[in-house]
Ligand binder design. Structure first.
Ligand code: ABU
Length: 861
């Protein structure tokens, strides 16, 4: 009893001494001279520039714990605990130096307290060499959970991985399945992110990007914007967090479209502190704007129930005492200006209690075997193991909650979720990972009034041919088809009329069928996703190709065959040219083209059929909507896998026919043959088709991405070709038939010669004159014949010595010559012909010669 009183008075004295003389690392003669002091080493991050400087609040909390522990008579009876500490500035190098100084300077230390993950990692990795147990009050790095690497480490601070199940839970709650991560390049955050990635994968959450930075987050934040990150988990120390927030403001990654997850152990006003000192280029107001609405997750570090804890205090009692202690250190607690580490202060307090309890337990054990903790040395593995086992089994209710250690030495804890609403943190709920229990207060508030989306909603809009354009082109095509059908009827009805008959009416009909098909293909060209389902679209593609190809071949092939025949007729010998054109030859030519087409199209259809392909355009902003959406325009195309090969073959073949047709039309441009009376107009139609095809094909390829323009261009080209071809071939025929309802005159002339009434009259007068001349010639020939007979008689008389009739014979000879000149009048050529004949040239039937010349003159008229 007396001993107890003695210890109590010593403890009180120690407590007073600490309060009066300051930190215990300053030698207190009362304690250091005493043999019954158990010494522990402490490393506190306080005065550094980056990382976590939580020693500012944790060291005073540890001091309070030491007071309380040393005041307890039932704890470490006969002994007091003494903490020797120094500042590590959260720098691992300095931390290691502090540790060596503490360990190598007397007195012997029994345990090591440390804070800040980077320092704890260094210290805990080395401490095993001195058989020292390390207890970290402020280290969250998941890497510290590696028992092989840190065999003697315990921590009252929960691992940062405890946040991850909470984050996943929240993502699932708000339906976010696409998140981004921004992290500072420190092991604590790298290992946290690794754990988060694994959990996201398990939960089916996509990590769109993972950006890290050393000290300047500018590029990383910019990349987040580029990746359209909306839900972003940020893992960094508070100094870096302020830089990030400023960049967030500058890059406009805040507001109704963004959600940030920050770490919850920053101080409440962390985004407004030290802006000038840390040279943050944002004002407080800007930082406040950027911080609004962010979520934080944090392991509970303050006991939530107002229960009395092992120390006899509730967490509120502890807060009051801590605040008092901090005020003495000139922190402006009354104005809510808390030092760094204030959140973790209960962890430091409970860490000292855990040490005391473990030592207490070890002492009891050592007492039983006659040993003492006081005799511990860095080589005393046995005592070290006892201390390890004691702390491993330590459990108590502390001011931070229930203190217990997992097999990895980790603290097991609840997490709390907070949101910054109107510049203040509001508690949203708690999550217990072990029981998967989310307690939710329904206090969340979103800037846009609704939960932000995890991505830009992309709405696919199919670009279709405008309805007005489709209807107008369709109407023109219908008119064209009706016109072509009417022409077919006209062509059939008047097939026996010379003007139709000599233009090969079957060829005309074939051409018109081709025109109908081509005009019909205009409808198919305009049939897109507006009218047909995507499953039916390939059929439309194939129908388009077939109908346009066959229509072209029939229409153009029929015209081509005509100019081909004309060319053949004019290039063959005169004798052949007078032959009749065999119609089957024309049909065979069209048939031949058709067969080649069908073979090519069948191969295409079977080997590599046309399919629906989609061209995707860059995202566009919707014209008017408040929603966070973008428009992704899509355009349907007809394509097969080897589209270019097939188009190359087909266009190459058609191109050759087009060019050849152009050549033939040019060659026969001024030739007229009676057998095909409309070849010149057909030639013109061919020019038109060729030129339009040669212009349209490349232009359509260039403007293929503009559905209206390409449809309009293609449709107009087809319509123009069809209408012009029909007009060129049929208008003269219709005009002729209207002008001459009966087939009398036309039998002898050519429709495409453009014969006028005057020409016709001249033709008739020439015919009459020719008849007259024929008769005159016959009379003259008769006279010549008689004169020749007379001459022969005279010759025979001369040779027999008789000369009676010579003068009259001479007179008889002069007369026909004069007559010839006067009778033929201006037409001297036939007269000379007769003279020539009379002079003994090869006789030629004069009538035939004249007739042929006159015919030729007519033809060329
Ligand atoms: N809650 C503070 C953790 C600090 C650190 O892990 O470094």
């Amino acid at each position: 009893m007396r001993l107890n009183l003695l210890f109590l008075s010593i403890a009180v004295a120690v407590g007073l001494a600490v309060a009066v003389f300051g930190p215990p690392h300053m030698s207190n003669p009362l304690l250091t001279k005493d043999d019954n002091v158990l010494h522990i080493a402490g490393i506190f991050p306080i005065g550094g520039k980056g990382g976590w400087q939580g020693g500012q609040a944790c060291q005073p909390a540890a001091r309070l714990a030491l007071e309380d522990v040393n005041n307890r008579t039932d704890l470490l009876p006969g002994f007091i605990l003494k903490l020797h500490w120094n500042d590590s500035e959260c720098e691992p190098g300095l931390g290691a130096s502090v540790m060596y100084n503490l360990l190598y300077n007397k007195p012997q230390k029994l345990m090591l307290l440390a804070g800040c993950s980077t320092v704890c990692t260094t210290v805990a990795e080395a401490a095993k060499m001195w058989n020292l147990v390390v207890l970290c009050y402020g280290a969250s790095s998941p890497a510290l959970s590696d028992r092989n690497r840190f065999p003697t480490l315990f921590r009252t601070h929960p691992s940062a991985t405890v946040h991850n199940p909470t984050r996943i839970k929240l993502m699932e709650k708000f339906g976010w399945s696409r998140v981004a991560i921004l992290q500072q390049a420190e092991e604590v955050f790298i290992s946290t992110v690794e754990d988060l990635e694994a959990r996201c994968k398990e939960a089916g959450i996509e990590i769109v990007t993972r950006q890290s930075f050393l000290s300047d987050p500018t590029d990383a934040v910019r990349n987040l914007r580029r990746q359209d990150a909306r839900v972003i988990v940020g893992l960094f120390y508070v100094v870096a967090a302020r830089r990030v927030l400023c960049e967030v403001y500058k890059h406009k990654l805040y507001g109704k479209s963004y959600v940030w997850f920050f770490i919850g152990w920053y101080e409440d006003d962390w985004f407004e502190q030290n802006l000038e000192k840390e040279k943050i280029n944002c004002t407080r107001e800007q930082m406040r704007i950027a911080a609004e609405g962010h979520l934080t997750t944090e392991a509970l570090m303050w006991n939530q129930n107002n229960q009395r804890t092992l120390s006899g205090m509730t967490s509120d009692d502890f807060r009051i005492r801590l605040n008092e202690a901090l005020k003495k250190e000139n922190y402006d607690i009354d104005n809510m200006r808390y030092p760094e580490g204030y959140q973790e202060a209960p962890l430091a307090y409970d860490a000292v209690w855990a040490v005391a309890l473990a030592f207490n337990k070890t002492m009891e054990k050592l007492d039983r075997v006659g040993k003492s903790l006081k005799n511990f040395t860095y080589t005393d593995k046995e005592t070290a193991d006892d201390i390890y086992s004691a702390i491993n089994s330590t459990q108590f209710l502390g001011v931070s909650g229930h203190v217990a250690f997992s097999s990895q030495g980790d603290r097991i804890a609840l997490t709390q979720i907070e949101q910054m609403i109107d510049g203040k943190y509001v508690l949203l709920g708690y999550y217990d990972t072990q029981s998967d229990n989310l307690t939710w207060n329904n206090k969340e508030k979103w800037i846009g009034g609704k939960v932000p989306q995890d991505r830009t909603i992309v709405r696919t809009v199919l670009r279709t041919v405008s309805l007005g354009l489709f209807i107008s082109m369709g109407t023109v095509s219908v008119v064209g088809i009706l016109w072509a059908i009417a022409l077919i009827v006209f062509n059939i009805l008047h097939r026996h009329r010379k003007v139709i008959e000599t233009s090969h009416p079957v060829c005309n009909t074939i051409m018109l069928v081709g025109v109908c098909l081509c005009l019909g293909s205009v409808f198919l060209l305009g049939l897109d996703g507006r009218f047909v389902e995507s499953e039916s679209y390939p059929a439309v593609c194939q129908a388009r190709a077939w109908i346009l190809t066959l229509g072209f071949t029939l229409g153009y092939g029929a015209m081509f065959s005509k100019v081909w025949r004309v060319h053949r007729l004019t290039t063959k010998s005169k004798q052949d040219g007078k032959k009749k054109v065999e119609p089957w030859k024309l049909y065979w030519m069209v048939g031949g083209f058709l067969i080649v087409d069908i073979i090519l199209m069948l191969c295409w259809q079977i080997i590599d059929p046309l399919q629906r392909s989609i061209e995707i355009f860059p995202l566009e902003d919707p014209s008017s909507t408040d929603d966070d959406i973008k428009i992704r325009p899509e355009l349907e195309h007809c394509e097969s896998h080897h589209n270019n090969v097939w188009l190359g073959i087909l266009c190459g073949y058609k191109g050759l026919i087009l060019i050849f047709g152009l050549f033939l039309a040019y060659e026969t441009r001024s030739i007229k043959v009676k057998q095909i009376n409309d070849s010149r107009y057909v030639g013109m139609a061919i020019y038109n088709v060729v030129v339009l095809c040669l212009i349209t094909a490349p232009v359509i390829m260039v403007i293929a991405s503009q559905q209206d323009a390409s449809f309009a261009f293609e449709a107009l080209a087809i319509i123009f070709c069809c209408f012009l071809s029909m007009a060129l071939v049929f208008v003269p025929k219709i005009a002729e038939i209207i002008q001459h309802p009966r087939d009398k005159v036309e039998a002898k002339y050519n429709t495409d010669a453009g014969v006028s009434k005057e020409d016709e009259d001249r033709y008739h007068s020439l015919l009459a004159e020719n008849d007259e001349l024929q008769k005159l010639i016959s009379a003259k020939e008769e006279k010549i014949r008689i004169l020749k007979i007379k001459l022969q008689e005279r010759e025979s008389m001369k040779s027999s010595g008789t000369d009676g009739t010579a003068p009259s014979a001479a007179e008889g000879m002069n007369e026909p010559i004069c007559l010839g000149a006067g009778g033929v009048r201006n037409n001297l050529i036939p007269a000379r012909t007769y003279l020539g004949n009379a002079a003994g040239a090869q006789p030629e039937p004069a009538g035939r010669g004249m007739g042929a010349r006159n015919s030729a003159n007519l033809s060329s008229a």
